[in-house]
Design a protein around this ligand. Structure first.
Ligand code: FE2
Length: 300
């Protein structure tokens, strides 16, 4: 591991995986528990979550504090305007993987794998389990939106469990008390159950907190089947896919597609290991897979 560089106040995590490590502690059981919100004793569950929060590293707590303080409805609109024109770069998928690989934070001490190796590891696990080609490809690319970090975006605007803005913050969102400092908490229009939305309006009409999921969704949305797009767009939407919150904003299609989001979650959370993928050996398979779905260049 490299010697630690001083951590800027607005970038509390030493590396992005610190957030994912926290998620693994909070959601230890494999997502085979497809209905985790049917807890036997909701009070006990709440208690457990408070413990995860109390035991979290100071860097992780600070990360969530900043995320919950700054992810407002207006912030999300500003970021969508800034990034969804996708006028920054033209890159193919493998090129984007190599670009993400230039993200040098202090490497993850648990695995010490590069970002590119992480992506390949996730994809290889999905491939080993015999899933369809689009599913493997989704595993490969699902975190490419993290290149937002390379544009100079703060960690709290790239990663973190996502949640709707413009309506009440669900109690199931981790570190919920930090929302007290979010200006939207003072806006009654945004604090009713439905807020600015309509019952069952569908998640496509709902603005989630801004981050790598939404950004990548817009980059690839014309190239992949709906199931893959749901996995990409909602893989960090833990309040919905692990807690069952915000069901009242979903429509029929969302409910069906969330089975796929839940099927993807174990590969996102639990595939990291020390096994270094043999990049040179497997690259031809992935180049062919990428070419099957994507043009040579995409707008980023
Ligand atoms: Fe992710």
């Amino acid at each position: 591991m490299k010697p630690s560089t001083p951590v800027p106040a607005h970038q509390p995590l030493q590396h992005l995986e610190e957030w994912e490590d926290f998620l693994k502690e909070r959601y230890p059981a494999p997502a085979a528990a497809a209905t985790p919100f049917e807890a036997v004793d909701p009070e006990k569950k709440k208690e457990q979550f408070r413990n995860y929060e109390a035991d979290a590293r100071p860097s992780v707590r600070e990360f969530y504090r900043l995320n919950h303080r700054h992810q407002t409805y207006d912030f999300v609109q500003t970021k969508k305007q800034e990034f969804l024109a996708r006028s920054r770069r033209a890159m193919g998928i493998w090129e984007a993987m190599e670009y993400l690989n230039t993200l040098v934070d202090d490497s993850d001490p648990d695995t010490d794998l590069s970002q590119l190796e992480h992506l390949l590891q996730t994809a290889e696990q999905i491939r080993n389990d015999g899933h369809p080609r689009w599913f493997i490809l989704t595993g490969l690319i699902h975190d490419l939106g993290k290149i937002l970090c390379l544009y100079g975006e703060p960690q709290w605007a790239v990663v973190g469990d996502t949640f709707p803005v413009g309506c009440a913050f669900s109690e199931t969102i981790v570190f919920h008390p930090y929302f007290a400092d979010n200006p939207d908490s003072q806006n009654p229009r945004y604090q009713s159950r439905l807020g600015i939305y309509e019952e069952g309006c569908g998640l496509d009409k709902v603005h989630l907190s801004w981050g790598h999921d939404e950004y990548l969704y817009h980059v690839v949305k014309d190239c992949l089947p709906d199931e893959a797009l749901y996995m990409i767009r909602y893989h960090s939407f833990y309040p919905a896919h692990r807690e069952g919150a915000y069901a009242y904003l979903m429509n029929e299609k969302d409910r069906k597609m969330f089975d796929w989001v839940r099927a993807f979650n174990p590969y996102d959370l639990y595939t990291k290991s020390h096994d270094r993928p043999d990049v040179k050996k497997i690259r031809p398979f992935y180049e062919e897979l990428i070419a099957e779905f994507f043009p040579a260049k995409l707008k980023w």
